[in-house]
Design a protein around this ligand. Structure first.
Ligand SMILES: NC(=O)c1ccc[n+]([C@@H]2O[C@H](COP(=O)([O-])OP(=O)(O)OC[C@H]3O[C@@H](n4cnc5c(N)ncnc54)[C@H](O)[C@@H]3O)[C@@H](O)[C@H]2O)c1
Length: 269
């Protein structure tokens, strides 16, 4: 694992490490390898069947349960993390997504709107809620960095991504809107990373995921970006080398988002 100590002395919270495949698991490992001290968090129910406790032991990180849809849980998480790390946070990662309609194979033209409400609450509003609690508790350090993970279906149509496309569009909008307020208050940066399809529990839940993964792999001149590559990119955005990057949606996709036609796909049997 590359180690340049880019995060030496920095403190952070990582949301969303469920198991070995989670993108957040790779990001947590890379942040600690780069010298950061972190706390880990996930929904209490996910902590029961995932492997976050093991990851916490490996990284010497306290694991604190919080449902990202519950403000009281987030306040408790931030209080405990401030105490565990001994000061305000230099970085926070939001790596949370879930769609009930997708899980239950409801198509986009036949969504259950109660479930859609839950999808938006978990996958998007949790980002605003998390930032609002950090802001009101003044828990970010001057010049800190907040990131959430997004997907290109926020800009282009990927029919099987269903309501998650709308959830990601809202997530990216929150990065711009809150980025303004956090920038003015404390020079805190807020960005989203639009990541390639990645084989994880949430990713594989999307209908036709494996076909789409291989389509994107062929379409992108560099191929799909892995979770390990995503972790390295996140480190740069948490580091002091990107102090003036804010309110952006940053593609981390091997070039996929700029492609029109790739002859390798046209000639594929
Ligand atoms: N896998 C992909 O292809 C891909 C591509 C682009 C973006 N992303 C995004 O990356 C992020 C991480 O997903 P992943 O692919 O690593 O899958 P994952 O299943 O490992 O992570 C999703 C996480 O969300 C957590 N979560 C769900 N409900 C929650 C709640 N109420 N409170 C707190 N946490 C909750 C889960 O427990 C899990 O840890 C998501 O935002 C996802 O949309 C994934």
């Amino acid at each position: 694992m590359l180690q340049h100590k880019l995060l030496e002395g920095k403190r952070g919270i990582i949301f969303g490490a469920l198991d070995e495949s989670s993108i957040a698991t790779h990001i947590a490992r890379q942040c600690v390898a780069e010298g950061a001290r972190i706390t880990l968090t996930n929904a209490p129910v996910a902590m029961r069947f995932g492997s976050i406790q093991k990851l916490g032991e490996e990284l010497n990180a306290e694991v604190i349960g919080a449902d990202a849809t519950v403000e009281e849980d987030l306040k408790n998480l931030i209080e405990k993390s401030l105490a565990a790390l001994g000061g305000p946070f230099d970085f926070v990662l939001h790596s949370i997504g879930m769609s009930l309609n997708m899980r239950k194979a409801k198509t986009y033209t036949d969504l259950n709107h109660e479930w859609m409400h839950k999808t938006l609450d978990i996958s998007s509003m949790s980002f605003h809620r998390m930032m609002q609690v950090l802001y009101n508790m003044d828990a970010m350090a001057e010049g800190g960095s907040i990131l959430a993970l997004s997907y290109i279906a926020a800009q282009r149509v990927f029919p099987d991504y269903s309501e998650m496309a709308d959830a990601k569009a809202l997530l990216e909008s929150f990065a711009r809107s809150f980025g303004y307020h956090f920038g003015v208050k404390k020079k805190v940066r807020v960005n989203t990373i639009s990541q390639s399809p990645t084989v994880t529990t949430a990713g594989s839940g999307v209908k036709g995921f494996h076909d789409f993964f291989s389509y994107a792999q062929t379409m992108s001149p560099l191929g799909n970006a892995s979770a390990e590559d995503c972790a390295k990119y996140c480190v740069t955005l948490f580091s002091d080398y990107t102090k003036m990057v804010t309110m952006q949606n940053l593609y981390h996709d091997g070039g996929f988002s700029s492609m029109g036609v790739n002859p390798a796909i046209m000639t594929k049997e």
